[in-house]
Design a protein around this ligand. Structure first.
Ligand code: EPZ
Length: 422
């Protein structure tokens, strides 16, 4: 296992390229199951999660080739059971359920366990697939979905107690592309990654309208063909480096971003007293640390609201921002694992009932800390950039799940970091 040593105090400058979106890549890779033709997907980030998805597709019988950021997949003959050993490692594996069911009339996927950010139910996924005519059974920790006579379009509302579901919307949308008749998904997730998936599905011959809004209409077709697609930029990676720039930068430029996907993140940084400039095309941004940063309140919400995946990183920034900040996560109320570790570095944070109250301190101090989940780990890296001393962040594999070569990108910006064997 690797750890990352971060020697605090370096100033970040310069420019890096943001990678393709992990959270767009995962359902798009799964969507290739819907056709026997070749699919070619560009800018797939080289992170553990996309590698797990590629292993799952291969285990299902797909032939998959990867050349740097481009993945070629052809799903001719397919098995219907996703291997537990691989599925248990990544909750997002659940998004093979919809395409497998639509293509094969049967899907067997292990129930995803919970994880550190909270319970990860799939009731909304199953509500949608059952509405399309699937029969659901549970056996030995697996979900067994069958639709021997095919799927039929239906109207379904996918709103849960914490709002829409991103992968649930993806699963139902993918299954509906091959269902007979019209499907209307109400309370759909509107994340850019859902729209990117819909664009890929339409390139495959699907008939989807309304993706990116709360109401998606899918007219089923008899079959889909191969397609070529380049995934959108990773807005959470971009946001993470924007927060790093606000914390420890003197004008950091990020290329290959998409301004429209970063509205809430940009607004939060401006509210905390920093400046974010975009070029006219909106694909390059430069972040300038503010002269007079101040604490601010944040509430996470489904897109286009402030993303829960950027909650930990903003908490790390606000931990050394003068003033009081109140951060509420309405999507994953337990997603505060990073706070315990930040407090070991000297942060003044109280967590209660899905809310963190942060009182900015002048500087954090280095400490050996433990990464726990992907975004909490990123928050610890950010905090270490300006902490006094050298912080060792153990279990780096959590970060490698979703950030492509994060240490190399930080080094390019002048951070004083090194990856070492733990
Ligand atoms: C996606 O997960 C992302 N993952 C997550 O990013 C992100 O945090 C999450 O959406 C919310 O934006 C990928 O896209 C691969 P949800 P997903 O279903 O789809 C509840 C990261 O760091 N819910 O939108 O699994 C659920 O408990 C990861 O990159 C149900 O109640 O999340 C949560 O409270 C972490 N029943 C809320 O809905 C269900 O059937 C939103 O979850 C499904 C979800």
């Amino acid at each position: 296992m690797d750890k990352l040593l971060v020697h605090g105090g370096a100033t970040l400058r310069g420019a890096i390229n943001i990678s393709g979106s992990k959270n767009a890549s995962l359902p798009i890779l799964a969507a290739a199951l819907l056709t026997a033709d070749d699919c070619i997907i560009g800018r797939v980030p080289d992170v553990s999660d996309t590698n797990y998805m590629i292993q799952i597709l291969s285990a299902l019988g797909a032939s998959v080739e990867r050349a740097s950021g481009t993945v070629r997949i052809s799903c001719g003959e397919l098995a219907v059971e996703a291997p537990y050993e691989l599925v248990r490692r990544m909750r997002a594996s659940i998004c093979v359920m919809g395409p497998l069911l639509a293509r094969k009339g049967r899907a067997v996927v292990s129930l995803p366990g919970g994880c550190v950010i909270g319970d990860r139910p799939v009731d909304l996924h199953l509500r949608g697939l059952e509405a399309l005519g699937a029969k659901v059974a549970f056996e030995g920790g697996n979900i067994i979905l069958t639709a021997p006579t095919g799927l039929r379009g239906a109207n379904v509302d996918l709103c849960g107690s914490h709002g829409p579901t991103v992968l649930g919307t993806d699963n139902v949308m993918m299954a509906a592309t091959l269902a007979e008749g019209l499907t209307i998904i109400e309370s759909a997730a509107a994340e850019p990654e859902v729209l990117d998936l819909a664009n890929f599905l339409n390139a495959m011959g699907a008939k989807i309208e309304g993706a990116g809004t709360r109401r998606i209409v899918i007219e089923g077709v008899s079959q889909l063909h191969g397609a070529q697609h380049t995934v959108i930029p990773d807005r959470i990676e971009a946001g993470t480096f924007m927060a790093a720039a606000a914390l420890a930068g003197e004008g950091v430029t990020l290329r290959r971003v998409c301004r429209d996907h970063l509205t809430a993140i940009t607004a939060a940084l401006v509210k905390a007293g920093h400046r974010v400039d975009y070029n006219p095309a909106g694909d390059v941004c430069t972040v300038h640390r503010g002269e007079d940063p101040q604490g601010c309140d944040l509430v996470t919400a489904p897109y286009p609201g402030y993303p829960t995946d950027m909650q930990a990183q903003m908490t790390a920034l606000l931990a050394t921002t003068p003033g009081l900040s109140v951060i509420k996560d309405t999507i994953f109320p337990q997603r505060f694992m990073h706070c315990a570790e930040l407090k070991r570095m000297g942060a003044d944070i109280t967590v209660d009932n899905g809310t963190a109250v942060v009182r900015g301190v002048a500087q954090l101090s280095a400490a050996p800390v433990m990464a726990s989940d992907l975004r909490a780990s990123a928050a610890l890296v950010l905090a270490a950039l300006t902490a006094k001393g050298t912080t060792a962040i153990h279990r780096l594999y959590h970060i490698d799940r979703g950030y492509e070569h994060i240490d190399e990108k930080l080094l390019l910006l002048g951070a004083d970091v090194e990856r070492v064997r733990d």
